[in-house]
Design a protein around this ligand. Structure first.
Ligand SMILES: Cc1cc2nc3c(=O)[nH]c(=O)nc-3n(C[C@H](O)[C@H](O)[C@H](O)COP(=O)(O)O)c2cc1C
Length: 218
C-alpha cells in the first residue's frame, strides 16, 4: 500500500559560510547559526551551484499512460537515481512535485530506469527537453517495452524495472521509491557521467581493479 508523507524542515538547522579567501585557505568556519528559513532561497541557489560538482551517472526513467487512443510512453533524463535497499530491492529518484512525468508514473504505477553508457549523451539531451519534444522523439530511439512493466528500456548499460512503492514530498520535489521487479545488464561499456552541467566519459581508474573472485566467498 502506497503512503504519502511530507518531510518538513524543523527550522533549527544551521548553516556554514565558506571562508572568503577560498575553500582550502582555512578550515570551514562556523560563523553564524540562523533558522534555515531566513536564508532559504539563497542557500537553495548555492546548493544548485555546488551540487554541480558532484559527478553522477545518467539514466533515463520511463513510464506510460494508457489512454483510449493507446499507450503513451514518456521518458526523462535523470541523475537522482539512488539505490535505497537491497532487501526488499528499492531505488529512488527525485522529481519536481508538478512534473508531467510524475503524473504519468502515478497513473501506471510502473516504470523503468536505463543506465546510460557514454554513447547515450545524445539520448540524454533529447530526453531532458519538454514533454512534447521528448514524446515526439521517443519512437526514433532504440528502445523496447520491459517484459515486467511495459515501460521502455533503452540501449543501455543496465536496466531496472520497478513498481511504484512509495512517494514522499520533500520541499519542491517528490522522492519516488520503486520496488525493483527485474534487472538486466548488457556488455561492459563506460558509463555516461554528468558533471558541471555537461556530459563526460569516465577517465582512467585511480586504483587497480579488485581481484575477480575465483572461489566460493562466504
Ligand atoms: C543531467 C540531468 C539530470 C536530470 N535529473 C533529473 C532528475 O533527477 N529528476 C528530474 O525530475 N529531472 C531531472 N532532469 C530534468 C529532466 O530531464 C526533465 O527535463 C524534466 O524533469 C521534465 O519535467 P516534466 O516531467 O515536468 O516535463 C535532469 C536533467 C539533466 C540534464
Amino acid at each position: 500500500m502506497r503512503s504519502r508523507s511530507t518531510v518538513r524542515s524543523t527550522g533549527t538547522l544551521v548553516w556554514y559560510d565558506q571562508p572568503a579567501a577560498g575553500p582550502f585557505s582555512a578550515a570551514p568556519e562556523f560563523r553564524e547559526a540562523r533558522p534555515l528559513s531566513s536564508r532559504g532561497s539563497a542557500v537553495g541557489h548555492e546548493l544548485g551551484k555546488v551540487i554541480r560538482s558532484f559527478a553522477t551517472g545518467v539514466c533515463v526513467a520511463a513510464t506510460y499512460t494508457d489512454t483510449p487512443d493507446g499507450r503513451r510512453h514518456d521518458a526523462i533524463t535523470v541523475n537522482s537515481l539512488t539505490s535505497v535497499s537491497l532487501e526488499p530491492p528499492l531505488i529512488c529518484i527525485c522529481l519536481p512535485g508538478n512534473s508531467d512525468f510524475l503524473s504519468a508514473l502515478r497513473s501506471s504505477n510502473l516504470w523503468a530506469v536505463s543506465i546510460l553508457h557514454t554513447g547515450g549523451d545524445e539520448v540524454a539531451r533529447i530526453l531532458e527537453s519538454d514533454r512534447q519534444s521528448r514524446m515526439a522523439a521517443l519512437p526514433s530511439l532504440t528502445a523496447a517495452p520491459g517484459p515486467s512493466t511495459g515501460a521502455l528500456v533503452l540501449d543501455c548499460l543496465g536496466w531496472l524495472e520497478c513498481v511504484l512503492r512509495d512517494e514522499f514530498d520533500a520541499g519542491d520535489h517528490t522522492v519516488v521509491i520503486g520496488e525493483v521487479l527485474a534487472t538486466g545488464a548488457q556488455e561492459r561499456r563506460s558509463p555516461l557521467i554528468s558533471l558541471h552541467g555537461r556530459y563526460h566519459a569516465t577517465g582512467a581508474p585511480r586504483t587497480a581493479a579488485p581481484p575477480v573472485p575465483t572461489g566460493d566467498i562466504r
